[in-house]
Write a protein that binds this ligand. Structure first.
Ligand code: SF4
Length: 120
């Protein structure tokens, strides 16, 4: 994922995008695909294994561009498991704070260090 270009936000009319919990001028971004866990009820087969992630710097640039150039006010990270690597998700959260962008994402409860555990 580290070779993907910036999202083509110039093709979207963000005035039409909103989400109940995050308000208007809302955007979906993805920082990773896949998940290292094996919950039997999960639809992760769509994205598959292994976990692939953008770099913190790459996702930071996407967030900064969305906020500063396109006026995005809130972001939902569509990643299956935003906290799979705590250091990575903490780094991503840190770049949302200085630019005052609200953000949300899905997280797996419980230990995140093992790659063989299931939450289902
Ligand atoms: S941790 Fe979440 S994304 Fe990963 S397999 Fe389990 S339910 Fe699916």
């Amino acid at each position: 994922m580290t070779t993907l270009p910036l999202p083509a936000l110039h093709l979207l009319d963000l005035r039409h995008y909103s989400y109940e919990i995050l308000g208007s001028r809302f955007l979906v971004l993805e920082g990773s695909r896949g998940c290292p866990y094996t919950c039997t009820f999960c639809s992760r087969v769509i994205q598959g294994k292994p976990l692939r992630q953008k770099s913190v710097e790459q996702l930071g640039l996407e967030v900064e561009t969305a906020v500063r150039k396109f006026g995005v006010r809130s972001i939902y990270f569509i990643d299956l498991e935003f906290t799979a690597l705590p250091i990575w998700s903490a780094g991503c959260a840190n770049f949302c704070l200085p630019i005052r962008s609200a953000f949300a994402g899905a997280a797996r409860p419980g230990p995140t260090r093992s790659t063989s555990r299931s939450c289902g």
